[in-house]
Design a protein around this ligand. Sequence first.
Ligand code: NAP
Length: 498
Amino acid sequence: MTHALREQPATDIINPATGEVIATVPAHSKDDTREAFARARVAQKRWEKTSFRQRRKIFLRFHNLVLDNRERLMDTIQDENGKSRLSALEEVLDVALTARHYGYKGEKLLRPRRRKPVMPLLTSTWEQRAPKGVVGVIAPFNYPLALSISDALAALMAGNAVVLKPDSQTPLSALAGVELLERAGLPRDVFQVVPGRGSEVGQAIVEECDYLMFTGSTATGERLAQQAAARLIDYSMELGGKNAMIVAHDADLKRTVDGAWTACFGNSGQLCISIERLYVHREVAEEFIPAFVSRVQALRVGAGHDWDVDMGSLISVEHADEVERLVDDAVDKGATVLTGGRRLRELGDAFFAPTVLTDVPESAELYRAEVFGPVVYIEVVDSNEEAIERANDTTYGLNSSVWASPKTGRAIAKQLQTGTVNINEGYAPAWSAIDAPMGGWKKSGVGRRHGDGGLTKYTEQRNVTQTRLMSLMDNTVPRAQWAETLATMLRLGRDILR
Ligand code: NAP
């Protein structure tokens, strides 16, 4: 936790790209987590009384501190996750953008709003928003700064305290982020980080929190959703994906080849919104496929803080084993490897080559399952309609990428069953449009982050209605006569009080 507790067993944090132990962090227990909640509840009472102006000031100071300290943050992210510097930069920018967005927009979204009363003049109605209390955030390893801090920022702006469990493999970025928030003026105990296992800290969060913000696999999300439902607490789930890219007949192919590698291999494919399936229109397939494959072959894979590296390692040797198993299964069942398809043990045991497959049979596990690694497959289709049908043929619905002329792109986008659609990009522009909601259809999630709802979900609503002059139920008038009066007023008001 950010603040000292009793002695705990420790977890070694390993740089997956080098295999080195870079830090040792306490592995906290359920009891520690409950203590963190108790402190957060006390701190939250004071925090909710702060003005929007005060919160905005802290958020904007934090925005600048994040940018000023970006080199240190990127080092931490890369060292605990193994990703490239470019992927680490995405996280820093996301946190700054989110702080700025909710810093400026928070008050407008949260201040009391007048609502239409049932009887104007006789009554006035306001909608008020109050914080939920203590929000539990459970985060995954893949964007250890952004997915820990950005969702928490919205909860904090709404007056909540936050208890966060980062992934056990990657707690350091979240700890660094909270340190900067406290330097920006966030009071102690309002945002606590409790490193530890999902089965301990994660479970205690689900048992204690007033709202659950979970990002991770669909399997874990389904389980936690049931637990939250049993407690009748609200939750938001950002889950897995098997995202498709469509290359339409009128795509600008040079631009598509340049953009597609980031869409597929950004963060070594360990990105919920990265692409794992490409549907390429037959008219352009002959030109696109070899150009894309040779662009992928030119990617620079490696470790370290050098900006020139395009792709880093996977999160762990175990995850590389799983990616290898899925690729081998596809190849055994008839898939063709266009490039990659193997470990890069010369770089380290957690490295896997950026891989492009084709002829993947439906019987292969990765045909439908999320790999969460640098592995994509290509299918050639005869029409844009066929591409849309294939893209939607999945239990997931997180992100799609469409490469086409603007008109074709928008026409295709309307038919895709995903929470975001990026036209002529992979994932970044829709994600970074923080003013718009972002999340998953189908098994990719429940609720949304970003947008107005990404903040208001962390609040309870209160309808306050004040009655003036007389009661709506006048007991001095005979009831039948009163009923007639009300009916007449409703009739008269039908088109006036719309
Ligand atoms: P995961 O296994 O579900 O773990 C995510 C987090 O949940 C970790 O902090 C984990 O803790 C914790 N956890 C696991 N079991 C738990 C339990 N029983 N109770 C409470 N907490 C528990 O996910 P992952 O495989 O590491 O992450 C990758 C997945 O996340 C992919 O499917 C990816 O698509 C998805 N993802 C989605 C989004 C999105 O925005 N939609 C963003 C990023 C990632 P420990 O592992 O530390 O024990």
